[in-house]
Design a protein around this ligand. Structure first.
Ligand SMILES: [Zn+2]
Length: 258
């Protein structure tokens, strides 16, 4: 069984000037399964400097990877403490937007949506783990178990959050482009992901301790500059940079629909 569908070109810019670079090891990842090849081959795009894995998991392999869930990705995980973490994320949006539909893609433990509702937003969630979606629906929230591109939204969206999600998507640019017309004119994105452009990332890589080269479910290592230029190409403008407190070496960016 093929584990991955190989990229023939850079998934962001389409250039075929791509080279194999770093090889990571995902065999010590908590969700690792013996069916998954332990080596992760990272590629660098010579055209746009983006870094990505040599391919993304096939559907069969993805269902193997998805057999288990990190405890912190289950709906309701540590709900009371997570409410505080989520509130600090929402408060980055509040100066720009304080009501409307909040779409959270990859809602995981659901805390961001619960808290967005508390702040007065109408929450809609998407997650690829069916048990999470069922749990969310039981709690009375609108939730979908599908790719965002397959969902038609009845109302225009005011805020789209993708917290540690873009780097899991085979083609993040397609998703950003799809969302653009589904969002109202004065709408915002809230995005977090690891940032490869900082001293910590370089030190960890230099010491061969960078966990992201063995991060089983990741296909991309974004730097702040490439994220910002990608947002620009898709019709958004980054308006606020911040550090994410959820995972190591992550950035949290607010972008406005242009
Ligand atoms: Zn590229």
């Amino acid at each position: 069984m093929d584990a991955r569908v190989l990229y023939k070109a850079c998934p962001l810019c389409g250039s075929d000037h791509i080279d194999k670079t770093i090889v990571g090891d995902c065999s010590r990842h908590p969700l690792y399964k013996s069916e998954v090849p332990p080596e992760m081959q990272w590629m660098d795009c010579r055209q746009c400097q983006h870094q990505f894995t040599d391919g993304y998991f096939t559907d069969d392999m993805l269902s193997i990877v998805f057999r288990s869930v990190n405890e912190n990705q289950k709906v309701g995980y540590n709900i009371e403490r997570q409410r505080h973490v989520s509130s600090r994320m929402i408060e980055k949006i509040i100066p720009f937007k304080s009501s409307g539909v909040w779409l959270d893609i990859g809602f995981g433990n659901g805390s961001l949506l619960f808290t967005a509702e508390e702040y007065g937003f109408e929450g809609i969630g998407i997650d690829l783990r069916p048990e999470n979606v069922e749990a969310m629906k039981r709690l009375g929230l609108q939730a979908h178990c599908d790719l965002v591109q397959n969902i038609s939204f009845k109302k225009k969206i005011s805020v789209v959050s993708m917290m540690d999600v873009l780097e899991h998507m085979p083609y993040p640019k397609e998703v950003l482009e799809f969302l653009h017309p589904a969002m109202e004119e004065d709408a915002y994105l809230l995005l977090s992901m690891p940032n490869s452009e900082n001293i910590l990332w370089r030190l960890m890589t230099h010491q061969n301790k960078n966990p992201y080269y063995g991060e089983l479910e990741h296909y991309h290592n974004f730097g702040r500059s490439r994220l910002y230029s990608l947002l620009g190409e898709c019709g958004y403008e980054a308006v606020r940079y911040g550090v994410s407190e959820r995972y190591r070496v992550c950035m949290e960016v607010v972008a406005k629909k242009r």
